[in-house]
Design a protein around this ligand. Structure first.
Ligand SMILES: Cc1cc2nc3c(=O)[nH]c(=O)nc-3n(C[C@H](O)[C@H](O)[C@H](O)COP(=O)(O)OP(=O)(O)OC[C@H]3O[C@@H](n4cnc5c(N)ncnc54)[C@H](O)[C@@H]3O)c2cc1C
Ligand code: SF4
Ligand code: SF4
Ligand code: SF4
Length: 397
C-alpha cells in the first residue's frame, strides 16, 4: 500500500522533524497512532501500520510539515495582575490567571499544564477557579498532550468558551488540528526558549530527592525576588526538608538554556515568535527594571504579545494593569523571544550517556566542561559588550 509522506517519515527518522505536538495522534480517525517515549524520553508518534488506511489526515495536521507563516503582532504590553497574592504564586506577572479567570466567569473551560502524582507534566482542563490553580507556574518539562485537542473541539462544539494554554508548538498543533478559528476559542502560548526531556527531569528529581518523597515542586519560587532573574527552584520533601537552588546555579535550568537536555526540534522551532497563530504570547518581562521600571516591583511582570484583534479586545476585560512595551528592546533580555538556538555541542554524547550515571552528576559533567562553548555562542548572539548581561541570564528563564 502507498503510505503518506508523514507516515513514511515517521518510520524512517525522528529528530527535528517532530516537535511532539500530538496533533497527528488526535487527528487519526483509526486511532492507530500512539505517542511513545524514545530512548531520550521524548514522545514521538508510532503508527500501527496494520490499522492505517493511508487517509493522510495525520500529514494534513502536522505543524512541522505545514508550518504557518510568521505574523506581525498587533502590540506588546507589560502586564501585572492586580491581585498580589496571585502574582506571587505565578511565574511572571500572573497574566495566565487573569485570562483564565475571565474564561471561568463565562462558564468556559481552561486547558493548561499540571504535574501528575509522579511529577510528570500533562495537559489537562478545569472549569473552576480552584481547578486552574494546578496550571499556575511554569513547569520546565515537555508535557504529555493527553488527547487535549479532541477535548477542546468537543467543548467548542458544545458552545463553551475555551482557553488553551501551552507551548507555541502545542498551540500550533491545536490550530492545525482544528483547521479553522472558533469565536469562543482563546489561545495563549508561553514564550518558549526550549523544553527539556521528561526522562532528564525524572532522573534529576530522583537524584536530588535521594530517596525522600517529593510533596511539591516550584520551578519559579519568588522568595528571593524576580528582578534580575533572581528566582529559585524549590522542591519540598515529605520529611519537611527542601531542595533550593537559584536558577543561575541550577544544573537542570542550565541544561535547558544551553540546549543540552531539550527536544531536538527546539533548535529549529517552527512555532515561536508569531508562527503558531496564538492570540497571545505570555512571558517574563525581563529587563523591565531598565526599560520600564514603573512596571517592576520585583514581584513579577509579564510581557504579553497581542497577535489578534480578539486578543486586543480581551485586554480591557482583565483584572490587570497593562502598559505599552517595546518588544524589540525586551527581546535583548529574553532568550525565549529570540530566534531558536543550536543544540549543545555535546548533545548526542549527553543523551548517549543518559542511563550511565545519576542525572546531577551527568549534567555537571557536560555543563561544566562546556563553558567556553557557551561563551562564544553568547558572544555571537549578543556581542562582546553584553557578555556580563548574558552571564546573569544563564540558567534563568
Ligand atoms: C518550557 C517553558 C519555557 C519557557 N521559556 C520562556 C522564556 O525563554 N522566556 C520567557 O519570557 N518565558 C518563558 N516561559 C514562560 C514563563 O515561564 C511563564 O510560564 C509565562 O510567562 C506565564 O506566566 P504567568 O505569570 O502569566 O502565569 P503562570 O501561572 O506562571 O502560568 C503558567 C502557564 O504556563 C503553562 N505551562 C506551564 N508549564 C507548561 C508546560 N510544561 N507546557 C505547556 N504549558 C505550560 C500553564 O499551562 C499556564 O498557562 C517558558 C515556559 C515554559 C513552560
Ligand atoms: S494515514 Fe490516516 S489512518 Fe494512517 S496513521 Fe495517518 S491518520 Fe491514521
Ligand atoms: S510534529 Fe506533531 S503532528 Fe507532526 S509528526 Fe510530530 S507529533 Fe505528529
Ligand atoms: S522551542 Fe518550539 S519546538 Fe521547542 S518546545 Fe518551544 S515551541 Fe515547541
Amino acid at each position: 500500500m502507498r503510505r503518506n509522506d508523514l507516515v513514511s517519515s515517521l518510520m524512517s527518522s525522528h529528530d527535528t522533524e517532530c516537535c511532539g505536538c500530538a496533533a497527528c495522534h488526535d487527528a487519526c480517525p483509526k486511532h492507530c497512532i500512539s505517542m511513545m517515549p524514545d530512548n531520550d524520553g521524548f514522545l514521538y508518534p508510532i503508527v500501527d501500520l496494520s490499522a492505517c488506511v493511508d487517509c493522510g489526515q495525520c500529514d494534513k495536521v502536522c505543524p512541522i510539515r505545514h508550518p504557518y507563516m510568521e505574523e506581525k503582532p498587533i502590540t506588546t504590553l507589560a502586564v501585572i495582575n492586580r491581585d498580589e497574592t496571585i502574582r506571587l504564586q505565578s511565574s511572571s506577572g500572573g497574566f495566565f490567571h487573569a485570562l483564565a479567570e475571565l474564561v471561568i466567569q463565562k462558564s468556559g473551560v481552561v486547558f493548561g499544564a499540571r504535574f501528575d502524582e509522579r511529577w510528570n507534566v500533562r495537559i489537562d482542563c478545569a472549569d473552576t477557579i480552584e481547578g486552574i490553580e494546578k496550571f499556575m507556574g511554569a513547569k520546565y518539562v515537555q508535557a504529555d498532550l493527553n488527547e487535549a485537542y479532541g477535548k477542546v473541539k468537543r467543548y467548542l462544539h458544545d458552545d463553551r468558551w475555551v482557553l488553551f494554554t501551552g507551548l507555541p508548538c502545542q498551540v500550533s498543533g491545536l490550530n492545525h488540528f482544528l483547521s479553522h478559528d472558533y469565536d469562543k476559542l482563546i489561545t495563549a502560548e508561553c514564550v518558549c526558549h526550549s523544553v527539556p526531556s521528561p526522562k532528564v527531569w525524572n532522573g534529576y528529581v530522583e537524584a536530588i530527592a535521594k530517596g525522600r518523597n517529593v510533596t511539591n515542586v516550584n520551578f519559579r519560587n519568588k522568595g528571593t525576588g524576580w528582578r534580575h532573574y533572581a528566582y529559585q527552584m524549590v522542591v519540598d520533601f515529605e520529611n519537611g526538608q527542601s531542595f533550593k537552588a537559584l536558577s543561575s546555579s541550577n544544573l537542570y535550568m542550565k541544561g535547558l538554556i544551553q540546549n543540552l537536555t531539550t527536544r531536538p526540534s527546539c533548535s529549529e522551532c517552527i512555532a515561536k515568535n508569531g508562527r503558531s497563530h496564538a492570540d497571545f504570547s505570555m512571558g517574563d518581562y525581563w529587563g523591565a527594571w531598565d526599560l520600564q521600571h514603573e512596571m517592576d516591583d520585583d514581584k513579577g511582570t509579564s510581557i504579553v504579545v497581542v497577535h489578534t484583534q480578539k486578543a486586543l479586545d480581551i485586554i480591557p476585560k482583565l483584572k490587570v494593569k497593562a502598559e505599552q512595551a517595546d518588544l524589540e528592546k525586551a527581546q535583548k533580555y529574553n532568550l525565549g523571544l529570540a530566534e531558536p538556538t543550536p543544540l549543545h555541542k555535546s548533545y548526542g554524547k549527553f543523551f548517549h550517556d543518559l542511563d550511565k550515571r545519576p542525572m546531577d552528576r551527568l549534567l555537571s559533567r557536560y555543563l561544566n566542561e562546556q563553558k567556553p562553548v557557551f561563551k562564544s555562542f553568547a558572544r555571537r548572539i549578543f556581542g562582546n559588550g553584553a557578555i556580563q548581561m548574558v552571564k546573569k541570564v544563564i540558567g534563568r528563564l
